[in-house]
Structure formats: structure tokens, C-alpha cells
Design a protein around this ligand. Structure first.
Ligand code: G6P
Length: 369
């Protein structure tokens, strides 16, 4: 097992560190940045279905559902197609309205999640075109869908999903860019800029991983917290949800993710000197607004851990700790902001002596309702 872990203490840590190479594998043969081409057979062969879609419905569970939420922002921003993101378990029992010109995207690492499978079957019965984004090759969901794209993240053993999440976002970004280009909703300059920037992401994740020792120190300070709040806006709101989920899953500390501006409608009541608040405050995307949210936390003595763009000074002045990530374009920030949040929950769980790779009560794939 130690060999399989490649000398990392846990599979989760190994998989966190594999993200640069996993994302490179996701791009391979698909992203031809110099030529300005994205090649994805499953989308190319069904391009008309995608382009004629009045809306895209995304169904998934758990971390895959969070990837779907990130995709909602990306598809709407770049491809200007309305997107709805659904928990598969709710969708299947809601008598949902599904039209034959809808495109349904099902996201699943394992390709075996029972609720997601049931949602796919329902969508197919109603005549929708169903596209799968799976990691496990030949899995049930990849066989049940009309077409799809694999994430090619390699086996994910840790129950808490890490590299599956970032590679799902990568695949969904490639699809959104491809559709944006085909629809003409993105300018040529912007399209090329996105492709070039996507290519730099693995190297930027390497840089983000260099903060590991610092993140471990931050983890030590907050390992005994009873609660933790994660805030983000825009593309990084779903990352806040995912950060909170990671902490809950493996450390059993109660955590909540919230859109930063929504804090004043409830969670702000919880903030005192005992409450760590992780705020994603990258320089792109509502930066000033997030800084003012941070001021509100500070005035209530909350402890602030800011995830910031390198070189940031405004948040540094207010926060108790800052963790830097490299700069990138706004729609790609989730691929970087996720990294410190994974490491933070990993270190807290290890310090608390929890079973990081196999947390209590959780399963890697949930094949029952
Ligand atoms: C379980 C796993 C999660 C995962 C979810 C959905 O709850 O513990 O990590 O996100 O199932 O799984 P899927 O394989 O469909 O992505």
C-alpha cells in the first residue's frame, strides 16, 4: 500500500498533489492551444444537440454537484446557455420538466451513483440528450449516457474527492469554451486567452501547493474549532461549499459554505472570536465587495483566513492569515482556490487523528438510494 501511496502518508494527499498531472491528462489530445482548437469527440459528434439546447440541466451528487455549480457560472458566462444544477436525488422524485431539446449533463467520478443513474434514465425517457462526465472508464453511467467525456484523473482512492473535482471542472470548462466558440458568444481574443491560460493551470497548481507548510501551520491554529464558515462569491461560491464539505467529511468539524453576501442574512449571527471564517478573496471577481464582507467579520472578532491572489495587500491587512494563489482569469480561479482548501482540511483531519482516506459513515461510491 505504501508503494501505491507513492510515499505520501495518505491517498488523499497523494491525490491532491497529483492534480497538476491529472489536469494535464484531462487536456491531453483535447486542448490544442496554439492552433486554437478544442477537440472532444463526444461534443463534436453531437454539436447540433448542444447548440440547439434551450438550456442545460446538470445532475450530480456530492462533490460532483459542486463541480456542476462551478460549471453553471462558466457555461452561462462563456457560452450564454442557461444552466440549472440539480441534486440527482431531488430531480428524480420531483416530476421535473424535461424537454426533448434539453441537454442533460450527468457528472460522476465513480459513474456508479444510484441517484445520478436514476436521473439519467428519467431524462432519457423524456427524450433529452444525456452527456456523461465520468472518471471511471466503462462505468455504468458512462455506458448509460448517449455520449460523454472522461476526466482521465486516474484512480481516486481517498473517499473525499479532490483530483476528480478539479478535472471535472476542467472538462466542463473545455466544453463551455468549445460551445462558446461555435456559438460566437466569445471573441477570438478571449477564446485564445482562455486556452493559453488553461495550459498554465497545472504549473500554477504546483505553485499553490508550495504553500503546504504554511497551510499546515494555519491548520494547527484551528484544528480545535467546533465550527467553521467558508465564504466565496461568483465562480468561487461553489468552491466555498466544496471547502466546507471537505472539512466536514474528514475532520468531522461542522462547516458551512455560504455566498459571502448572504452571510448577513443568517451566519453573521454565529460570528465571534471562536469562529474561523475562510474567505475566498481573489483579486478578480467582486474583490471590493468581498473585502467589505471581511471587514464585517473582523468587526465581530471572527478569525479570518483569506485565500488571496499573490501580492495582495488589502486582505492581508485585515485577515489573521492569508494563503496566496497565483493570478489567473476569473473563470479559472476555482481550479486554484480549491487547492489550499483541500490541504487545510487534510492537515486538520490528520492532526485530529482521523481516518483521512476512509472517514466514518462515508463511502466512495453510493450505489444505493
Ligand atoms: C460519495 C462520495 C463523494 C462523491 C459523491 C458522488 O458521497 O463520498 O466524494 O462526491 O458520492 O459520487 P460520484 O462518484 O457520483 O461523483
Amino acid at each position: 500500500e505504501q508503494i501505491e501511496k507513492n510515499n505520501f502518508d495518505h491517498f488523499m494527499l497523494k491525490e491532491i498533489y497529483e492534480q497538476p498531472s491529472a489536469i494535464t491528462d484531462t487536456y491531453r489530445g483535447r486542448l490544442l492551444a496554439d492552433e486554437g482548437i478544442i477537440r472532444m469527440a463526444g461534443v463534436d459528434d453531437n454539436l447540433e444537440r448542444f447548440l440547439n439546447a434551450k438550456r442545460i440541466l446538470i445532475v450530480a451528487c456530492g462533490t460532483s454537484w459542486h463541480a456542476g455549480l462551478v460549471a453553471e457560472y462558466i457555461f452561462e458566462d462563456l457560452a450564454r446557455i442557461p444552466v440549472e444544477v440539480e441534486y440527482a436525488s431531488e430531480f428524480r422524485y420531483r416530476n421535473p420538466i424535461i424537454n426533448s431539446d434539453d441537454v442533460v449533463i450527468a457528472i460522476s467520478q465513480s459513474g456508479e451513483t444510484a441517484d445520478t443513474m436514476a436521473a439519467i434514465k428519467l431524462a432519457k425517457e423524456k427524450g433529452a440528450f444525456v452527456f456523461g462526465v465520468c472518471n471511471v472508464v466503462g462505468s455504468s453511467i458512462s455506458r448509460e449516457t448517449h455520449a460523454g467525456a472522461y476526466t482521465h484523473a486516474g484512480p481516486e482512492i481517498g473517499v473525499a474527492s479532490t483530483k476528480a473535482f478539479t478535472t471535472q471542472i476542467t472538462v466542463l470548462t473545455l466544453i463551455a469554451l468549445k460551445l462558446a466558440k461555435a456559438k460566437g458568444s466569445i471573441s477570438n481574443t478571449d477564446f485564445h486567452m482562455h486556452l493559453q491560460e488553461l495550459e498554465t493551470i497545472p504549473q500554477k497548481i504546483e505553485v499553490a501547493l508550495e504553500s503546504n507548510a504554511h497551510i499546515k501551520e494555519v491548520a494547527f491554529k484551528y484544528k480545535d474549532a467546533r465550527n467553521c464558515l467558508y465564504l466565496g462569491r461568483g465562480f468561487n461560491f461553489p468552491v466555498a461549499l466544496e471547502g466546507a464539505l471537505k472539512l466536514k467529511e474528514i475532520s468531522y468539524i461542522h462547516a458551512e459554505g455560504y455566498p459571502a453576501a448572504e452571510m448577513k442574512h443568517g451566519p453573521i449571527a454565529l460570528i465571534d472570536e471562536e469562529m474561523p471564517v475562510v474567505v475566498i478573496a481573489t483579486r478578480k471577481g467582486h474583490y471590493e465587495k468581498v473585502v467589505s464582507n471581511i471587514q464585517e467579520i473582523k468587526s465581530r472578532q471572527g478569525k479570518i483566513i483569506g485565500i488571496v491572489t499573490e501580492g495582495d495587500t488589502s486582505v492581508r491587512d485585515l485577515a489573521d492569515h492569508v494563503i496566496e494563489i497565483p493570478d489567473t482569469i476569473e473563470s479559472l480561479t476555482p481550479l486554484l482556490t480549491t487547492i489550499p482548501l483541500q490541504l487545510l482540511s487534510y492537515h486538520i483531519a490528520v492532526m485530529l487523528g482521523k481516518n483521512v482516506d476512509q472517514p466514518r459513515n462515508l463511502a466512495k461510491s453510493v450505489t444505493v438510494e
